[in-house]
Write a protein that binds this ligand. Structure first.
Ligand SMILES: *Cc1c(COP(=O)(O)O)cnc(C)c1O
Length: 434
């Protein structure tokens, strides 16, 4: 498989180069030359395959010959060494729990897959040492820190907005040490993301540092998020009903991966882009006009994104055909008070504790099911409620037990370096190689 830049001004590259580069030299996002179709027989016989076998078939055409198949099989099964339970809430609504990985958010899947691909590429003689520069609104940082911790040949530098991530998230990205460094930015998430983008186009690092991204910009992170849509389809197929996934979205990597799965032939009928008041995509779906705004803080802070980076890929998947896209995807946005109400109502009807992101997904699903009651609905529970303990406990008037993964990390000491602006970031990066 070859990848081209969505800015159309860079040469086509292999999976290896696309993963190592992160962004194309013309600053465009990489996009596969084609979306492969999986054979009918794969879907007909999916019940005979285990999770890792299913995921391998889904990703293999995108990797091509960049990784030998026996190694890719190991990478996939190592990535998926935790469960993806589908928990019924009502007759036709289930929660897909994506938070059973080491940092208790769905980003563990993409981060683990990408880290293992890069570790393999690093083992090749042609590889050069890589510094991963990543901006986080909360969960990316922890998942990337955990996924890449102690991986040889890779340094990780994480930028996060001071005071705008939860205490658990902060511990998850500041306590690793070794090859992981956290920079605490005096600003909001968009400031962090802007600094990372500026660093990627700054020629002064050339020859000194090989910078790459581990946001869902990176195809290894983006595409591996297909895995759980395939795995979940296997569980739902027997019911022979149309399937709809509601995806609580920020940068839209997760939803975009689901769309790729659909275009590969996975029988999913519809997707719902569920957002908080940072509603650039739902507004676009309503009006046809793309009008990104500066992000505003909400209780579902991992989705506080004003300008979703994967939007351009979603457009491309449908050849920029607005009507085609609208047939496959609906969008809804919800306020914090609606989100809290949903958390309460989910708890009342089924004793189920959702986090604010999952609750936004649930709300979007409810909107759609009102008009389409024949569908089987799944909302993605993208983070464990403990990661947003304060808001969950206050809203539901309960006390959450603390899982072991979290207990041990809370005891560790935070180590971060405060920075103000891009000049600080640059000084930091250059200082490390001088
Ligand atoms: C990152 C994140 C999201 C948003 O995912 P995107 O792929 O950026 O749309 C939603 N919920 C949680 C908990 C997250 O960490």
């Amino acid at each position: 498989m070859k990848y081209y830049s969505l800015n159309f001004n860079s040469k086509e590259v292999s999976f290896l180069e696309a993963v190592v580069n992160g962004l194309a030299p013309d600053r465009g996002l990489y996009f596969p030359k084609e979306i492969p179709k999986l054979p009918e027989s794969f879907f007909a016989n999916i019940q005979d395959l285990n999770d890792a076998e299913i995921a391998y078939e889904a990703i293999a055409p995108f990797v091509g010959d960049a990784i030998p198949s026996d190694i890719l099989k190991n990478i996939v099964s190592d990535t998926l060494n935790f469960e993806f339970p589908l928990v019924p809430i009502t007759d036709n609504v289930s929660s897909l729990e994506l938070f059973h990985g080491p940092t208790m958010a769905f980003k563990d899947v993409g981060a683990r897959f990408m880290a293992r691909c890069l570790a393999y590429f690093n083992s090749l003689e042609t590889a050069k040492k890589v510094t991963i520069l990543v901006a986080t609104s909360g969960d990316t940082g922890g998942a990337v820190a955990d996924g890449f911790y102690d991986v040889e040949g890779i340094d990780v530098v994480i930028l996060y907005p001071k005071g705008k991530v939860s205490p658990i998230q902060e511990k998850q990205l500041t306590t690793h040490g070794k090859n992981i460094t956290a920079l605490e930015v005096d600003g909001v998430f968009d400031d962090c993301q802007d600094m990372v983008k500026t660093a990627f186009i700054d020629p002064e690092y050339e020859d000194k540092i090989r910078l790459t991204s581990a946001n869902s910009i990176n195809i290894a992170r983006w595409l591996s998020q297909m895995f759980y849509y395939f795995i979940t389809y296997k569980k739902l197929a027997a019911q022979s009903k149309p399937i709809v996934f509601s995806v609580p979205s920020g940068n839209f990597g997760n939803l975009c991966a689901g769309l790729v799965a659909k275009l590969m032939g996975l029988p999913i009928n519809h997707f719902i882009a569920s957002t908080n008041v940072n509603d650039t995509v739902p507004r676009f779906l309503e009006t046809g006009t793309y009008d990104p705004l500066k992000s505003v803080p909400t209780i579902s802070n991992a989705m506080d994104v004003g300008e979703p980076s994967n939007f351009i890929r979603i457009q491309k998947l449908f050849n920029n055909d607005f009507q085609k896209l609208k047939k496959v995807m609906s969008g809804f946005r919800f306020t914090d008070s609606e989100t809290k109400k949903a958390m309460k109502s989910i708890f009342e009807i089924s004793d189920y504790i959702s986090d604010p992101h999952g609750a936004v997904g649930y709300l979007g699903l409810q909107e759609f099911l009102e008009e389409h009651p024949d569908h089987l609905g799944v909302f993605l529970e993208t983070a464990h409620p403990i990661k947003f303990a304060e808001i969950v406990e206050k809203t539901l008037k309960i006390e959450l037990p603390i899982p072991q993964q979290i207990k041990s990390i809370m005891k560790k000491e935070k180590k971060s370096t405060p920075i103000q602006d891009y000049a600080d970031l640059k000084a930091f990066l250059l200082d490390r190689v001088s």
